[in-house]
Design a binder for this molecule. Structure first.
Ligand code: ATP
Length: 513
């Protein structure tokens, strides 16, 4: 199966097993809007808990807030979103499909990189231990040809981005021979800017211009406008951070990658306020800290990488992405930005309120600088789901689909099953449920053969299945079957809680950080 086919299968699996549904499906859905089902919501909550506790409990100087989706419209003038939260869009006249011009160019560049990597991999195979990658890249004619192509387009792209030169975007697309994947033609329109903010009206003047209000495109501004309240009421001393989880809305131009790019999504953002001049040190610390949080989940260090930005957003003096290996390649999962005093400084200007920190040690007052970490909950769900999905051949020739979701994030931790629906086994199984339900999300299942029940639990990623049989009535032990290894062991009912907890506990995950 190609990665693309695998992705399609994953999307279908997520729907079939209650993780994620297209929104308003009975009306044929709503583009790039998705609902989380009974399994998806638990996965999402577990991810949010892991982030929230890691931020606010493991850092004495980070507190959380919950601000509103609606904010004063001036917020978005101060933040720069009204003027500059745009994407460059381009249409293909033949397919009538719309694309982001920057993404078309970046994908073209990524393909060239892939070609060069393939050449290197071939060389490695051919030369074995004697292989010198740097020398190969500097001398192999195929690599050099691709590299020249890459450099030419890349240099032009960086310049066009910096100058916001929309005409040059189009010229690059034409010169590189980039065609629409649907029509296969290069019959492109000009490139235009498109503001991504959704607006609606609030109030009753009847004048849509006066009543116009935006749905927040990021949660961060809620933190900035509450900075003074939190700092004062919490008697926070710099450096300190404010964390928030909440919905954000963006009218994305291209939204064809399931929950990777949605129009309504959720963010987990933390703004860390520091003394000006110390921001690079904190930027470095937060890069390390956030990568550790990801790797700690156990989805393989090799599936993450940093991508430092060459072109910085208008508010940043340093920026990097943590990228994850999604089925469609390495893509941004989290952004880390050093935002200087851009946001607080602009809110100070536009509101006329003094937003400064008085440093009792030096007697100075200043507008704090800020380092931001920002991750999408939905992208994180997609990272976990796409990494977890596996199809395995069993010894008896059958196949099983198993979601190897890291146990502390799994929606259901344990399934309890009586072997048969009689002889007092359901009653004892119910007692086992009563023993476990206060600590773990569980399912009780008594339908079909045990094999079928195991398959159902594998498909939603339940780490443990507990089977109650006739021996259980006599000796108080049950069979515990583990999802990944499929090994089984007899365990006393009173020891179940500790055994399950040792694998699924969020506390243990946090302890490892
Ligand atoms: P991209 O370049 O992919 O559009 P971005 O750089 O605009 O993302 P940020 O503004 O840095 O993203 O947002 C921070 C995080 O929020 C991203 O790393 C991503 O995880 C998440 N995110 C942003 N836009 C979306 C979206 N449309 N759907 C789902 N998650 C999103």
């Amino acid at each position: 199966m190609t990665q693309e086919e695998l992705f399609k299968v994953l999307v279908a699996h997520c729907k079939e097993y209650g993780f994620i549904f297209p929104s308003s499906e009975i009306y044929d859905g709503l583009a790039a809007v998705y609902d989380y089902g009974q399994m998806g919501v638990q996965l999402k909550n577990n991810i949010k808990n892991y982030w929230w506790e890691a931020m606010t409990r493991l850092n004495e100087n980070i507190v959380g807030i919950d601000s509103c989706v609606f904010m004063h419209p001036k917020t978005w003038v101060a933040s720069g979103h009204v003027a500059a939260f745009n994407d460059p869009l381009i249409d293909n006249r033949d397919s009538k499909k719309r694309y982001r011009a920057d993404v078309l160019i970046e994908e073209y560049l990524a393909k060239i990189e892939e070609k060069m990597d393939k050449e290197v991999a071939k060389g490695k195979k051919r030369f074995g231990d004697a292989f010198d990658e740097a020398q190969f890249r500097a001398t192999n004619p195929n690599v050099l040809r691709e590299k020249a192509k890459y450099d030419e387009i890349h240099n032009r792209y960086v310049k066009a981005e910096q100058a916001n030169d929309l005409q040059e975007y189009k010229q690059i697309i034409l010169d590189a021979g980039i065609v629409c994947p649907i029509s296969g033609t290069a019959n492109w329109t000009d490139v235009r800017q498109f503001n991504l903010m959704f607006s609606t009206t609030m109030g009753s003047t009847g004048n849509p211009d006066l009543d116009k209000i935006y749905l927040r495109p990021e949660t961060a501004q809620g933190i900035f406008v509450e900075y003074l309240n939190v700092q004062k009421t919490g008697r926070m001393k710099i450096p300190f951070g404010i964390a928030q989880i909440g919905k954000a809305f963006r009218n994305e131009i291209v939204a064809r990658q399931f929950i990777f790019r949605m129009r309504e999504f959720e963010q987990m953002e933390m703004e860390f306020f520091v003394k000006p001049g110390t921001e690079m040190e904190w930027f470095k610390k937060w890069k390390e800290n956030r990568m550790k949080w990801h790797v700690n989940i156990g989805m393989g260090e090799e599936n993450y990488r940093f991508h430092d930005h060459e072109k910085l957003a208008h508010y940043a003096n340093a920026a990097t992405d943590i990228e994850f290996r999604f089925p469609f390649g390495f893509k941004e999962l989290e952004g880390i930005h050093s935002r200087t005093d851009f946001d607080l400084g602009n809110h100070q200007k536009l509101s006329g309120k003094k937003i400064q920190y008085y440093d009792p040690e030096t007697g100075e007052s200043y507008v704090p600088y800020c380092v931001e970490t920002s991750i999408g909950v939905d992208r994180m769900c997609l990272a976990v789901l796409s990494h977890a999905y596996a199809v395995e051949k069993l010894e008896n020739g059958e196949e099983r689909v198993v979601m190897r979701i890291p146990a502390p994030l799994a929606p259901i931790k344990v399934a309890v099953m009586p072997l048969v629906k009689k002889d007092g086994l359901p009653e004892l199984a119910q007692k086992v449920v009563d023993e476990l339900k206060y600590d773990f999300a569980y399912q009780y299942d008594e339908k079909d053969s045990i094999g079928k029940r195991y398959r159902r639990q594998d498909a939603i990623g339940t780490p443990f299945c507990v089977t109650v049989d006739h021996d259980s009535l006599v000796d108080g032990t049950v069979t515990v079957r583990e999802r990944d290894t499929m090994t089984q062991q007899r365990v006393k009912i009173e020891d179940l809680r500790a055994l399950i907890d040792s694998k699924v506990s969020l506390t243990n995950l946090l302890r490892n950080l």
